[in-house]
Every structure is written in C-alpha cells, then in structure tokens.
Write a protein that binds this ligand. Structure first.
Ligand SMILES: [Cu+2]
Length: 383
C-alpha cells in the first residue's frame, strides 16, 4: 500500500533549510582544497580493485606488497525501494545499491581515492564522511553532490583499523540518510598485516563484512507498515518513529534473513574467519553462538592489542569492530546481536554454516534425551 502524501510536501522539504544544505559553509564559502600546496604523488602506483557486495570483501593482500599506493574506488549512490523484511519496504539510500555499502580495503599509508556518483535518477544531495580520514568533516564538506554530479576525494589512510563511512549531508538529513541505509566501512590493514595479543603475525582465511542497520518503518492507523513512493514521501512519518529511538527492525546486511538460508556465511573447521561488524548509528553486541572471539579488536583499531577469548563484544554506534575466530566444530552457528530481542524479534541474526569433523573432546552428548523413572531415581521437581 502506498501512502499518498502530497508530492508538494516533498518539494517544501527540499526548499526548506536545514533539510537540504548547500555546499556553502557557515561563512558562505564553498569548501575546496584548491589553493593549498600541491602534493606530488606521481611516483605512486595506482591500483583499482573491484568492490564486492557485502558480506563479501574485495580481493586484497593481508601483508602489503611494495610501497604505499593510490587505491582507486568508484561508488554509485542508489536510491531505491528495498524489501527489508517480508512485505516491509524501505525507500533506501545506498552506496552501490547494497546495505551496507562495500568494504574498501587499503593499507596504512596508502591513499584512498574515491569517485562518488550521484545518479540523475536520485532525488537528494548526498556525500560521504570517512571516519578513517582527517579533515573536512571526514571529507563530507568536499563531497556533497547533487543528483547528476560526481566528485573525487583522496585521503591518506594514516590509522590502521576498521572505520565506518556514512552519508552526512547536513542537519536533519544526517540521521535520516544513515538509517535509510547509507553506511559502509573501510578496512585499513597495517602494512605488515595483523598481529595477535603477543605481537605475533596472524592471518585470516576468510573475511566477512556484516553491516548492522536499525530501521524505523512507520505504521499506518491499521498497524500496517507504510510504503512510500520515494524517500521524501516517507520522511516525516519516519522521523516520528526515529524520535522514539526504538527501531522497527534491526538487520544484518539490509534484510531480515539476509545472512541465513541461501545467504548464510560458510566456513570449514580449522579456518580462521575475520568478521567485520559495522554499525553507523546505534550500539550493538555481536556474539557467535557456539563460538568465541579468539582475537577481538573491539574498537576495530589495530594499534591497540586485541582482546582474547571473548564471548560477546561491543560495537559502539558509529564504529566498526573486528573479531577473528578459528572454527573448531562443524554445524550451524548463529551470529547475533546479543540483545536477543533485537536478534530474534527484530532481525539481527545471521548464520555461519561450518563443515568438518565433530570433536567429541570439545563436546559430546553423553546421554541422549531419555525418559527417567522419577519415583525410582528420586529426581522430582522439588528437591
Ligand atoms: Cu545521503
């Protein structure tokens, strides 16, 4: 069911400050870096890796090969309706059409150079704020583009870790664009690769990028989730739900069940899997049911030593953390946000299907479920 909010209302929102900001700063100047001293990067190698749709991650070296590079990426901003649960729709705003946007991987000291396209079919201004970068609101002041415009930003990756990127086009647009899907992450690996808690090199066999989204889908008078024609059509109803701070859905990778069934993650016994968990807006607490975090960079920052043997870790809203786990038993593991209401009722559950040989030393069912004689064994409910 579409709600027919007047298109005029959308037009009014576009025209009214602060819903859409201009590129001008408070002083009235449009921010640019032209005129600052030139940087000669002509000697650096340029590479252009292919981004992959999460939970998959672009091919990359864990230990840097050669010196710093300029790593070029392109992302297309896509506004489109997405079914975030069966029969529940969001007028999503996305980087490259996915929620989360793709994980970009570089090494410390590399330059990340992104060309961002805002398609003429889109209706809104967008930009990108890289938490991995330094200056200009994370690049947000230099990347604000209208539909039909593109922009290229380069920044030096000076700090190793996993970092959020998200849209931040100003004022009330910021939270709305973020909870409409516009976030992703950058992984800045140390040039020599990851180190464990004893400073020993550690590598991973697989890496998965899990983006957690809190969604705020309004309901109509009949209690049915509302469906809208375009982002602005749903704006005011969505803000009403957002102000209550209680999401209607909390999902991994854009849809309830995106990482279960056919979308389940896979691994083998003995494989080390790096899970990168991003939440751009709200706190989370990842937990791998039946497993652990062997090494957890809870803050996602590799100059800090990882914690070991964690059961559940914390992801602050506006950050991305990393957990490395070597699977020791086969079976289906649930990867959840361990607020179990959010995991089970709101959607924040994924599965990891692990193949291999069961190890009875680690766990064995010593007695299968069996009837017992309460009178004879004296095991009644009241001891
Ligand atoms: Cu945006």
């Amino acid at each position: 069911m579409f709600t027919r909010r007047a298109a005029m209302m959308g037009a009014a929102l576009v025209a009214a400050s602060p819903f859409v900001v201009s590129r001008a700063s408070a002083s009235g100047e449009v921010m640019t870096t032209a005129g600052a001293g030139d940087v000669d990067l002509s000697g650096l190698e340029r590479i252009k890796p292919e981004l992959k749709k999460p939970p998959f991650v672009m091919d990359h070296d864990q230990v840097a090969v050669g010196g710093p590079k300029i790593v070029e990426f392109e992302m297309q901003i896509v506004e489109k309706e997405v079914e975030i649960d069966d029969g529940v729709y969001l007028q999503a705003m996305t980087y490259n059409g996915s929620m989360p946007g793709p994980l970009m991987v570089v090494h410390e000291g590399d330059y990340l150079e992104l060309t961002l396209y805002n398609s003429p079919e889109n209706s809104l201004q967008h930009n990108i704020d890289f938490h991995a970068s330094t200056g200009a609101l994370g690049g947000g002041s230099l990347t604000l583009i209208n539909p039909g415009e593109k922009v290229t930003l380069r920044f030096k990756a000076t700090r190793p870790g996993s970092f959020i990127y998200h849209c931040a086009p100003g004022g009330a647009m910021i939270p709305w664009h973020v909870v409409s899907g516009m976030s992703g992450a950058v992984l800045v690996l140390p040039r020599e690769g990851l180190k464990d808690h004893n400073d020993q090199p550690v590598s991973y066999d697989k890496v998965y990028f899990i983006g957690e989204n809190d969604f705020y889908i309004p309901k109509d008078e009949d209690g049915e989730y509302m469906r809208f024609e375009d982002p602005l059509d749903g704006y005011s109803d969505m803000v009403d739900v957002m102000q209550g701070l209680i999401p209607s859905h909390v999902t991994f990778n854009g849809k309830v069940g995106a990482l279960t069934g056919d979308g389940a993650l896979t691994a083998k016994v003995g494989e080390k899997v790096l899970f990168i968990h991003a939440q751009a807006n709200r706190d989370s607490r990842p937990h791998l049911i039946g497993g652990h975090g062997d090494l957890v960079w809870e803050l996602g920052k590799f100059n800090n030593k990882p914690d070991i043997d964690l059961e559940t870790w914390f992801i602050r809203g506006g950050s991305a953390g990393c957990a490395l786990y070597e699977f020791r038993q086969p079976g289906v593991y649930a990867y959840v946000n361990h607020n179990l209401i959010e995991a089970v009722n709101l959607g924040a559950t994924g599965h990891v299907v692990v193949e291999g040989e069961w190890n009875n030393d680690l766990m064995e069912q010593v007695l299968e479920p069996t009837e017992y004689d309460a009178m004879h064994e004296g095991k009644t409910a009241l001891p």
